[in-house]
Ligand binder design. Structure first.
Ligand code: MN
Length: 268
């Protein structure tokens, strides 16, 4: 784009000058991770590139431990605007609850992202709230073929060894939203948890059990809020106070702190 005038003024059949192309830049782009409770709990890892979000579904979520390679299934590109989405998908594809678990910028550690993707080896740096430092996405070459239908879609998400690596379980340590600071039940409580009693995207297994619990807690949160809003009786106010206290303690553990993050320290 930026070289249009340069090119318009020259006939490269007749000049020894280089035709040239805009150098791919190692510039910052948007990235996010959306924690998605659908038929299975997974983490959607998304990197902005060429006006879309390249997307991988990571069943166990990212690990800060370089020895722990996490399976990442390449899925369809998403619009950039999707990267801010948090909420409830009531039915259809991906039905469930989406939490914006991390967001920030990413910088390629290679000059040519397209070539790196084609090769199946993309190195990059993340600057999010929870995920930072150097990482790599490596195509497995079909090692997991058949595991989830389509070996050519399976990659591994791996943390490189640096100041941001460590044995802290980041998904356990910082489970909540970076957008609302809410957990799944808070996000659902903003919606209509009652509707979910009748149709649930995840009915069995771990996801089903988790969802059942979340629906229950969301309904309780919603009832608590309604009671608090009416401000009827002292007992109800007391109840609401207790709920807030619990929420407060959970809230405090959302973000990693310098003191708690042993090996993952912020560099100056
Ligand atoms: Mn998903």
């Amino acid at each position: 784009m930026a070289l249009e005038e340069y090119k318009r003024k020259r006939n490269f059949q007749k000049t020894p000058e280089p035709e040239g192309k805009v150098a791919p830049k190692r510039e910052e782009r948007f990235f996010c991770v959306q924690k998605h409770l659908a038929s299975h709990l997974h983490y959607d890892f998304r990197l902005e590139h060429n006006g879309v979000l390249l997307s991988w579904a990571v069943p166990k979520g990212p690990s800060l431990d370089p020895k722990t390679k996490r399976l990442a299934m390449h899925v369809e590109d998403h619009p950039v605007a999707y990267g801010e989405f948090e909420g409830v998908i009531p039915e259809g594809y991906g039905a469930g609850i989406v939490m914006l678990w991390d967001r920030g910028t990413w910088t390629p550690e290679v000059d040519d992202v397209e070539a790196a993707l084609k090769k199946g080896d993309l190195k990059f740096t993340l600057n999010g709230y929870k995920l930072k430092g150097s990482w790599v996405l490596v195509k497995t070459g079909g090692r997991y073929a058949g595991a989830r239908g389509g070996g050519d879609r399976s990659w591994l998400l791996i943390k490189h060894r640096d100041d941001w690596a460590g044995d802290l379980d980041i998904t356990e340590f910082a489970p909540r939203s970076v957008k609302s600071d809410g957990d799944f039940e808070d996000i659902l409580a903003e919606d209509t948890p009652a509707v979910w009693q009748s149709h649930r995207p995840a009915k069995g297994g771990d996801a089903g059990a988790m969802l059942a619990q979340i629906i229950e807690r969301a309904a309780a949160l919603k009832a608590g809020k309604a009671a608090g809003a009416k401000g009827k009786r002292a007992t109800e106010v007391k109840k609401k106070g207790a709920t807030t206290a619990t929420g407060g303690s959970r809230k405090s553990s959302n973000q990693p702190t310098a003191s708690k993050r042993k090996t993952a320290r912020r560099s100056p």
